[in-house]
Ligand binder design. Structure first.
Ligand code: CMC
Length: 431
């Protein structure tokens, strides 16, 4: 980090403390409070980390007010329209767009690692058939540390690199196997003659009894979904990965922790929750009832797939995803699907509604990705696993950055304690 650009003054109880401030390359200045407790004896209080930078990073930049998302400086819409997922993975991991030779080498390394240890097939079979694929993924990805001992030493840069490639390469295989297992179909081995997205569609939808041709428009749409979910700076699951790894845990355990966090409906689980909500609404004429419920302070119901912690203008990923959704729906000719009609009408009504405009609530990336995935034939339970496989590269890039950071410390937040002060134990017969 550079020298502090300026200082902020904190005054209380007649004392003042100078706090260094740093200017980022983009975004608001930060006040450095690392020595605050040592110097002033106070903590800061920021549940939900709405004003706290937990690290410095050079990977992703978001300007929520302007609807900007940059990976290593490149705007997401340019990456989504001109690049492809594995190139974006390279960019996130290594900081620069690859040369043709670097890209070929990277793609070869990823495709050589797409199979999983054969014994892991038995591991899948230990799960109930009706297990949610996210439950299976948390377990199987965590179990990778039991299968790939030679890439768990986080202090060895070579092992870190191998673990990164393994996770990116195997995640589609694991997600597809979790799906196949849940519907009682045989697993498909990966096909390395297909690109990353087409191979995933093949592993999910091919059956041994029939020839399966991947539709290039669908594999392009799949690839875009992967790109649009690849990284999103210090969101809940990425912060979970960083926190887990700050204790020195191995990468497979840390990514399993990230998957667990992503599963929640306020985060990656929103795409499933959104489709379930559309199914619950069921028909266009019931939309006003649900809009009213979303506005009612006494009703916990929220319009899933609407709103974002950081984007308060529009979600730039949703813009690209909407285009993709239109292309896919057009190709598949599923415009008369009642669920998709509800989605379109809900989007139209919510965008015109004052409540949503005032609170800056608009459809987020999960609203449109759910629609595309539904049209492609994925069950709702696969939406979050697809988010998880796409986000793996972001988690790994942030994990690698953190391990390489000399300032890395174990994450250990403080608290505002509001419980009882010390009191004496009372024997049970006296209570
Ligand atoms: N429907 C109705 N009202 C909402 C919604 C919604 N989806 N989202 C926020 N609000 C209201 C909320 O009630 C609050 O109103 P008030 O100021 O009167 O109390 C106000 O808007 C601000 O909400 P908040 O909960 O303080 O905002 P937040 O930044 O903490 O939450 C969020 C962000 C994404 C968790 C929230 O908007 C939400 O729950 N959305 C639905 C779930 C969803 O789609 N999540 C996916 C996010 S994008 C993918 C990802 O990055 O994981």
């Amino acid at each position: 980090m550079t020298d502090p650009a300026k200082t902020a003054t904190l005054s209380f109880d007649g004392k003042s403390f100078e706090l260094p401030m740093y200017s980022p390359t983009a975004g608001p200045d930060v006040v450095d409070i690392r020595k605050l407790y040592a110097d002033a004896g106070v903590f800061t209080y920021d549940p939900g980390f709405t004003s706290t930078a937990s690290c410095d990073s050079t990977i992703t930049y978001i300007d929520g007010g302007e609807g900007v998302l940059l990976h290593r400086g490149y705007p997401i819409d340019q990456l989504a329209s001109k690049s492809h997922y594995l190139e974006v993975c390279y960019l996130l991991l290594y900081g620069e767009l690859p040369t043709a030779a670097q890209l070929e080498d990277f793609e070869t390394r990823v495709t050589r690692h797409t199979m999983i240890h054969e014994q892991m097939h038995n591991f899948f079979r230990g799960f109930r058939r009706d297990a949610h694929p996210m439950a299976t993924m948390v377990g199987v990805v965590g179990a990778m540390s039991a299968f790939y001992h030679d890439s768990t030493d986080i202090n060895d840069p070579w092992q870190r690199e191998v673990a990164s490639i393994r996770l990116i390469a195997k995640m589609p295989t694991i997600a597809a196997m979790a799906y196949k297992y849940s519907i009682g179909q045989p697993f498909n081995y990966p096909r390395n003659d297909l690109d990353y997205a087409a191979n995933f569609l093949h592993m999910c939808f091919a059956v041994p009894a029939e020839k399966y041709e991947v539709n290039p428009i669908l594999s392009r749409a799949m690839d875009r979904i992967f790109i649009l979910h690849a990284d999103h700076e210090q969101n809940a699951s990425t912060s979970t990965v960083r926190l887990a790894s700050s204790s020195g845990a191995n990468p497979f355990a840390c990514i399993a922790a990230g998957i667990a966090c992503l599963w929640g409906p306020a985060h990656g689980g929103a795409n499933q929750a959104c489709l379930e909500m559309l199914k619950e609404i069921g028909s266009v004429d019931r939309i006003p009832e649900y809009i009213e419920r979303a506005k009612d302070k006494n009703d916990p119901f929220r319009l899933m797939g609407f709103g974002h912690r950081v984007y308060k203008n529009f979600d730039p990923r949703a813009k690209v995803m909407k285009q993709s959704a239109d292309e896919v729906l057009d190709l598949l000719g599923v415009d008369n699907n009642p669920l998709l009609q509800v989605a379109k009408e809900l989007e139209r009504i919510a965008l015109q509604d004052e409540y949503f405009a005032d609170k800056k609530l608009f459809p987020n990336v999960d609203f449109y990705s759910g629609i595309i995935l539904e049209a492609m034939g994925f069950p709702t339970s696969m939406f979050t696993p697809i988010f998880a496989l796409s986000r793996t590269v972001g988690w790994i890039s942030q994990w690698k950055e953190m391990i390489g950071d000399p300032q890395m410390k174990i994450g250990r937040p403080r608290q505002l304690y509001l419980g009882e002060t010390q009191r004496d134990y009372v024997n049970v017969e006296d209570r």
